[in-house]
Structures are given as structure tokens and as C-alpha cells.
Design a protein around this ligand. Structure first.
Ligand code: ZN
Length: 342
């Protein structure tokens, strides 16, 4: 069958039109192709271009905040900020760019940069804690080191290292990361008041068991052993700070009696409560923690809050609150030093 000349002409024009994109729909998928997001302390600043649109709608949602607002371009560019009550490393915010008739023309999910360890601040030449050595033990690590460890000097039996660590029910952050973040702030706060600081770990993959952790504190001849943890509970209402210290290992008994150990733990607890405004919590002596039992100096395992509680999970990852914890713990060491001199 032969095509007529007219049909040939129509086909040819159709091909050219398709090739040159004349027949393609308006290039809506190109809208916001240059989208850029910058993380700030209190939200995200963004900018993008979408030449075909006189106005658009921004819809955003994170685990904690969501909202919607209209946006007009300035000099052909859309820009604005998404306010977030709370920004923590590794958090994601979903952003949709919608037209007035609620058609989504672009979607983004920027993730804020994850926390990275950083070098220690300079130690103050003289300060309230000059001559005092503190060993900080940020709880857990990326890999679980499974090991059967002797419970402690003078105590019978062994105990397998605890495998599970807490994970923020809302932030989804791992306890090992949050505790290292707080541990580094505590390190710098102690250094700023003249203390010497030894860390059991400054990395995630540390390969530590409890005996090694206590061993680092003992080898450094530390005056205090501070072990940072966060709690996890079935009830989302559980909250507060708890401190645990040993009382019947040979090392603990050589240090002091149970009554005095309890006074020390409560002194530290009160200082943290004062600095943070946290009301709830208690200090208790037990022989549960192998790392505590093997410490030759005052040892405090501090459960700084519950990662299963919405408010405390959020607070534990908030830089301002982390700093208050670091200051409160350091205040506590100052109070303990005062007790020592009495
Ligand atoms: Zn823990």
C-alpha cells in the first residue's frame, strides 16, 4: 500500500514535533531540579526555581513537626525556611512542593549530617578541677562484643556482656551514638575546668568489654569513673535519671562504706538535676554492673534518661540539653571534690 503525499507530510511533521519536544507536556518534572537545602539549628533553609509557577505550596513533615505554607517567588526564585522545633543529626524531613490544586510537582527528603567525633578542647591551665582525673565511658559501641566476664573482685560467678542497647523510639538514634555525643561534651566541659580526662572510646567501633572499660579507668588512675547510658522501658511514660554504683566488690569496699557511696551517688544526681531541671530519678547501689565492680575509684553508671520516652528521647539528642547534662555532671564532680576535702 502506498502512502499519499499528504500523509507522508503529516507523519514527518509529527516525527519532528516529537523529536523537538513540541508535543511533550509542559516540563513540570523539571520544577525545583536545582532544589537546595541547608540545615540550621532550628530548621532548614531552602531555595529552588520553578519558572512555570506563580506560587506554590510547601508541605513538610518530620517525626516531630509538620506544616504547610504558601510561597511566592522573589526574582524568579522560591526560597524560605522550614521551622523545626528540634534538629538532631541523622534526622529526615520530607518536603513536598505542591501546586494550588494539590498536585505534587517535586518531593525531597534531606537528611541532616550525622554527628562526627571531634578532637578535645584545650585543657584550662588552672581551674576548679585541676589535678582531678576523670574517666568517661560512653556506653555501648557499634558492634556487640559477646563475652562471659567475672562479676567482680570478691564476687562469685560470671555474667555475659549485655547485648542490647537503647534506641530512640522517636529519633531512632542509637544509644552508643547519643552517649558518645554527650561524652565528648562532658570531656570538653571537664577540660574547661582544668580536669584531666581519659575516654574509654571516642569511636563507634571500639571492641570493648566491661573489664577493658574498667581497666582503662584503673590504668589511668582516674579519680572518677563515669559511665554514660540511656534507658529503655516498655512504658513510654517511664522517665528520669538513675545512677548505679557498686557496694560489695572488694574494690568498692576498699574505697568506702555503702552509706558514703550512696551519699556520693546522690550528690552527683542532685547536681545533674539542678543543672537540667530534671525532677525525677534516684541513685542506688547494686552489684549488677561488672564494669562498676571492677573499678578501683568511685564508679557511677548514669542512666541519663529514657529513649523510650518521647520528651527524653528528644532532649537526649538536643545539643542544648546535652550541654546541660555535661555541665551538671561536671558540677557533680566539683561537689564530690568538696566532700573529699571536708
Ligand atoms: Zn546502655
Amino acid at each position: 500500500m502506498r502512502m499519499s503525499g499528504t500523509l507522508w507530510m503529516i507523519s514527518l511533521l509529527l516525527c519532528i514535533a516529537l523529536l523537538t519536544g513540541l508535543c511533550a507536556p509542559a516540563a513540570a518534572e523539571d520544577a525545583a531540579a536545582d532544589f537546595q537545602a541547608e540545615w540550621k539549628e532550628n530548621g532548614i533553609e531552602f531555595a529552588f526555581s520553578a519558572p512555570d509557577y506563580p506560587f506554590l505550596q510547601i508541605e513538610y513533615s518530620s517525626k516531630f513537626s509538620s506544616g504547610i505554607f504558601a510561597l511566592l517567588p522573589t526574582d524568579g526564585k522560591f526560597s524560605g525556611s522550614i521551622p523545626l522545633a528540634f534538629v538532631h543529626p541523622g534526622m529526615t524531613v520530607k518536603i513536598k512542593i505542591n501546586t494550588a490544586d494539590q498536585k505534587t510537582i517535586a518531593e525531597f527528603a534531606p537528611v541532616s549530617p550525622e554527628f562526627e567525633p571531634y578532637p578535645a578542647a584545650e585543657k584550662a591551665e588552672s581551674g576548679s578541677l585541676s589535678g582531678v582525673t576523670v574517666c568517661i565511658d560512653p556506653g555501648h559501641q557499634s558492634e556487640y562484643v559477646k563475652k562471659l566476664e567475672p562479676r567482680g573482685p570478691g564476687l562469685s560467678g560470671s555474667k555475659t556482656t549485655v547485648g542490647g542497647m537503647a534506641r530512640g523510639k522517636y529519633t531512632l538514634r542509637r544509644e552508643s551514638i547519643v552517649m558518645l555525643q554527650i561524652g565528648l561534651l562532658l570531656r570538653d566541659e571537664l577540660l574547661s575546668r582544668g580536669a584531666d580526662v581519659v575516654m574509654t572510646r571516642e569511636v563507634q567501633n571500639a571492641g570493648l568489654d566491661n573489664l577493658k572499660r574498667a581497666g582503662i579507668a584503673n590504668d589511668a588512675n582516674a579519680d572518677y569513673f563515669l559511665r554514660l547510658h540511656a534507658d529503655n522501658a516498655d512504658s513510654k511514660k517511664s522517665n528520669g535519671i538513675r545512677i548505679f554504683s557498686p557496694y560489695s566488690s572488694t574494690y568498692a569496699k576498699e574505697l568506702t562504706d555503702a552509706k558514703t557511696y550512696s551519699l556520693w551517688a546522690n550528690t552527683l544526681l542532685d547536681a545533674i538535676k539542678n543543672a537540667t531541671g530534671q525532677q525525677k530519678g534516684y541513685a542506688k547501689l547494686n552489684n549488677t554492673y561488672v564494669g562498676n565492680n571492677w573499678a578501683k575509684m568511685p564508679a557511677f553508671l548514669i542512666e541519663l534518661g529514657y529513649m523510650s520516652n518521647a520528651v527524653e528521647d528528644e532532649l537526649l539528642s538536643t545539643p542544648q540539653y546535652q550541654q546541660l547534662l555535661a555541665e551538671g555532671i561536671t558540677d557533680g564532680i566539683e561537689e564530690l571534690e568538696k566532700l573529699k576535702k571536708q
